[in-house]
Design a protein around this ligand. Structure first.
Ligand code: NAP
Length: 314
């Protein structure tokens, strides 16, 4: 391993140790803005990082709604969690199915009146190791970007006003960094347009992903200057990151008491089904930054990207 890689590895391991320590420090009473009446929804919570985020949020005393596109799997996952004695509910939710989303929103309104926290965790990836197939590009972009967008649009109207503000956390990936040194879009003009909040728009994000999908269909994507690693997944998460910043900007004028903070984070490379259990950290550690963002106490942080509880550049 090169000296630089070695130093990066050491730095990451040190940070993970710090986080393990931070996780043992309980929230003080004045940091706890939430109670058992606080409702958190987690998408794709039947397994992996979503399951762990649900478990940790309930461990902090919130009411957690575990959602799963396959309800029987969701019920089994909830049973496993309930053995810990915390408060969970479960509902079917496919983030790509308009009827499923509408039924979920209606159920939330009837049963809870609204929610305080939305964690958009559900996602897919079909590449492993050095593979870079775009065979499932449409599915990847639909699930990771359009699915997340569907949920944000559907849930904002049912986010409860509160002094502490409602929160949205998007589980994203460093692979979707716009301005990372490696694995970025080559077109500097497009990068600048997507970076600049004056030029960033939903149309621009949609147009960017559509143009990638069109090139996949035309079999020209390889010369299109797209990120080189897990290209479809990287494009989908780049769109999630850009959308996070855009929604933060759109929501920032809300009056105090009706604010909604929205951020995204990269959980790291995690031992879950998505990586064929080849990651280097556990779902428990991977969930940490998401849970921390969902529970932030007194800082109005919005439109930012995090990894290991630290802000990183988009
Ligand atoms: P996972 O174990 O494969 O879990 C993915 C979850 O998303 C499953 O519950 C899956 O449901 C659900 N899902 C997918 N499409 C859905 C849809 N249309 N509607 C509802 N649920 C859907 O993966 P994971 O590693 O925990 O990943 C969770 C999140 O972390 C994803 O957004 C992923 O991109 C992100 N992430 C993961 C890593 C990593 O190294 N693992 C790194 C960076 C980011 P089914 O069980 O029904 O398939």
């Amino acid at each position: 391993m090169s000296g630089k890689k070695e130093r990066n590895k050491e730095r990451r391991e040190k940070r993970l140790q710090e986080i393990s320590l931070l996780r043992t420090i309980p929230y003080s009473d004045d940091q706890r803005w939430w109670s058992q009446e606080t409702v958190a929804v987690v998408t794709g919570a039947n397994r992996g990082i979503g399951f762990e985020i649900a478990r940790q949020l309930a461990g902090h005393g919130l009411t957690v709604i575990l959602t799963s596109r396959n309800i029987s799997v969701g019920i089994e996952a909830t049973k496993a969690l309930q053995e810990g004695g915390f408060s969970y509910d479960v509902h079917q939710l496919d983030i790509l199915d308009g009827e499923s989303i509408s039924a979920f929103v209606e159920w939330i309104k009837q049963k809870y009146g609204g929610i305080d926290i939305l964690v958009n965790n559900a996602g897919v990836n079909f590449n492993l190791g050095f593979d870079n197939s775009v065979e499932f590009a449409r599915q990847v972009v639909d699930n990771n970007y359009y699915g997340t967008k569907n949920m944000i649009k559907a849930m904002i109207p049912v986010m409860k006003p509160s002094a502490a503000s409602a929160r949205i956390v998007n589980v994203s990936s460093r692979l979707g960094r716009l301005n990372g040194r490696r694995n970025r879009i080559q077109d500097a003009t497009l990068r600048e347009k997507l970076t600049n909040l004056e030029t960033l728009s939903e149309e621009l994000i949609d147009k960017t992903v559509s143009s990638f999908l069109q090139q996949v269909e035309d079999e020209t994507w390889q010369s299109g200057g797209w990120p080189q690693t897990f290209t479809d997944y990287s494009v989908s998460k780049l769109a999630v990151n850009a959308y996070t910043r855009l929604v933060a900007k759109e929501l920032c004028d809300r009056p105090q008491g009706e604010k909604i903070y929205i951020n995204c984070y990269c959980p790291g490379w995690v031992k879950t089904a998505m990586t064929g259990w080849a990651g280097n950290i556990s779902p428990e550690v991977a969930a940490d930054t998401g849970v921390w963002l969902a529970l932030l106490s007194d800082q109005a942080i919005t439109g930012k990207f995090f990894a290991e509880r630290r802000e990183i550049n988009f």
